[in-house]
Design a protein around this ligand. Structure first.
Ligand code: HSE
Length: 425
């Protein structure tokens, strides 16, 4: 029986869930996996909460040095979150030859290229399944199940908070502000919800996932990011009328040496498999050149699902004598020869408010036509006083062309405002 001692750094929600699994399922894991995992140390600022979880007092510690110096510890689990002090602690653990399992997407996406060389130099493992999509084994699927393929596309709903908000807006017809308030009351969204609603959380995850999927560094700064705070009840209603639902999608694509990585609200056709992913659930659709589509669905957050991914990494790591590292030149910059796309092609939903009088529609359509943007569907909704709302769905067009056309349209005297501009799948 392989005996493995672990330390947990940070006994908050995810660390607590991890501790629960390791204690409650200890015998099950021992029996089925042949690994006897013991929690030897718990590092936290709050002694009371650690003891309150039933951790023996002698396991509590406050300093990373206690963990780094303890030769009995094999694996360090980091569930503190944020960049510092997690980064310093992880480096100390790796330098003392201990493997690290982390759930920290921000740290991995920002500092992977600094952490991995330290792990490599000390023969330690660095595992982070829990950093992306909680309990859904998307990293393991990419690295251990799809190796035979060139992965060419990745579409994901990888943030549960925004999916909850958009689902409430769609199903209950409520405003963004009210849906956000509900998400906060349920503990999905933070008091400051920016990391989720502005797309940062999904951006970090997409940078990690697309780097692994496409075997090349996709720095998080190169991921196009747009959040959901400008989505209105009107947009949701229009999407429904046109046969779509709005989702915050993370999209990665590789075509030869050209790579796209973007996070933004998207009109998703109602019959698309991602359209049915409701509430706080997550899903990722991966396309490989031989396997075709694989879709993974599940809980992307929470103590138990995220703890499940962490414990899976602990077991995976414990069973290995040597560890794998990235097969590409990990860096905070794009690899040489890779073109990170700054222009995309898509269909677009555009809505604008303009004076309801003869010739206005023609002048708007003319500008779109001048930029090579072809209109697929057009709707005009009842006059609001002297104004009307005009909505378009374009055919596939370059984003650069559409945004340039819109900046001209915005300047037309009869046009009061461009209200929405949303990409369609
Ligand atoms: N806040 C994230 C979400 C979970 O709502 O999906 C952690 O990444």
């Amino acid at each position: 029986m392989r005996k493995v001692n672990v330390a947990i750094m940070g006994l908050g929600t995810v660390g607590g869930g991890t501790y629960d699994i390791l204690t409650e399922n200890h015998e099950h894991i021992k029996r089925t996996q042949g690994v006897d995992v013991r929690v030897r140390r718990v590092l936290d600022r709050d002694r009371e909460r650690v003891l309150g979880k039933g951790v023996p007092a002698e396991a509590f510690c406050e300093s990373i040095d206690d963990i780094a110096a303890d030769k009995e510890i094999d694996i360090v689990i980091e569930t503190m979150g944020g960049v510092e002090p997690a980064k310093t602690f992880i480096i100390k653990a790796l330098e003392s030859g201990k493997s690290v399992v982390t759930a920290n997407k921000e740290l991995i996406s920002k500092c992977w290229y600094e952490l991995e060389p330290v792990a490599k130099a000390h023969g330690a493992g660095l595992y982070f399944e829990a950093s992306c999509v909680g309990g859904v084994p998307v990293i393991r699927t990419l690295t251990e199940s799809m190796q035979a393929n060139r992965v060419c596309e990745l579409y994901g709903i990888i943030n549960g908070t925004t999916n909850y908000i958009l689902t409430k807006m769609t199903e209950d017809g409520i405003s963004y502000e009210n849906a956000l308030r509900e998400a906060q009351q349920l503990g999905y969204a933070e008091f400051n919800p920016s990391a989720d609603v502005d797309g940062y959380d999904a951006m970090y995850k997409l940078s990690i996932l697309s780097s692994l999927a496409f075997h090349t560094s996709i720095p998080y700064e190169s991921v196009y990011r747009e959040g959901i705070s400008r989505i209105t009840a009107e947009d949701i209603k229009s999407a429904k009328e046109l046969g779509y639902v709005i989702k915050l999608l993370a999209i990665g694509r590789r075509d030869g040496n050209r790579v796209e990585a973007r996070v933004h609200p998207t009109f998703v056709p109602q019959d698309h498999p991602l359209a049915g992913v409701r509430g706080s659930f997550n899903a990722v659709l991966l396309t490989g050149d031989y396997v075709d589509d694989i879709m993974l669905y599940g809980r992307g957050a929470g103590a138990r699902p995220t703890g499940s991914a962490i414990v899976s990494d602990v077991i995976f790591c414990a069973k290995r004598k040597t560890h794998d590292y990235t097969d590409f030149g990990i860096s905070n910059k794009a690899d040489a020869g890779i073109e990170l796309a700054t222009d995309f092609s898509s269909k677009y939903y555009i809505s604008l408010t303009a004076c309801d009088r003869a010739g206005v529609l023609a002048s708007v359509a003319k500008i779109l036509g001048d930029y090579g943007v072809s209109i697929g569907t057009i709707l005009q909704k009842g006059s609001v006083g002297e104004h009307a709302s005009i909505e378009f769905l374009t055919h596939t067009a370059s984003e650069k062309a559409v945004t340039e056309a819109l900046s001209k349209i915005e300047k037309l005297a009869p046009v009061r405002s461009i209200d929405s501009f949303i990409r369609c799948l």
